[in-house]
Write a protein that binds this ligand. Structure first.
Ligand SMILES: [Zn+2]
Ligand SMILES: [Zn+2]
Length: 123
């Protein structure tokens, strides 16, 4: 039987865990700020949101830099999941030209149920 010494969590593992926690905290903060600042309406399709479906309303960074969070909210835009996905595929196409990106970037850890839908509608 292997003995797992939980007290000896390596320093680097601890740093990673802390960095992750900070990132989550920061995201919560700018999302919370943006939701306070702007009406709960998608900036593209004007869909309205309530507490019941608020998780489908996302905060988009206009300059696509998630670390750029000015307090006046000038870099934020509230978009529904679908429009947000669209906004990012446009941006990817701009950046990578006609090279089709089949790979989904799931580094954020959140699954986007509309990712496939966006492709269907483009045709
Ligand atoms: Zn929308
Ligand atoms: Zn975005």
């Amino acid at each position: 039987m292997a003995i797992n010494n939980q007290h000896n969590m390596s320093a680097s593992a601890r740093l990673v865990a802390e960095a992750r926690k900070h990132q989550t905290d920061r995201e919560k903060t700018y999302r919370g700020q943006a939701l306070k600042m702007y009406p709960w309406v998608c900036g593209r399709c004007s869909r309205e949101f309530t507490n019941a479906n608020l998780q489908e309303l996302t905060v988009h960074h206009k300059n696509h830099n998630h670390d750029d969070n000015p307090a006046d909210g000038s870099n934020w835009e509230l978009l529904c999941l679908y429009c947000h996905d669209n906004e990012h595929s446009k941006y990817e196409e701009m950046r990578f030209g006609s090279a089709k990106q089949e790979q989904q970037d799931n580094s954020g850890g959140s699954h986007n149920p509309f990712a496939g839908l966006a492709d269907l509608l483009k045709k």
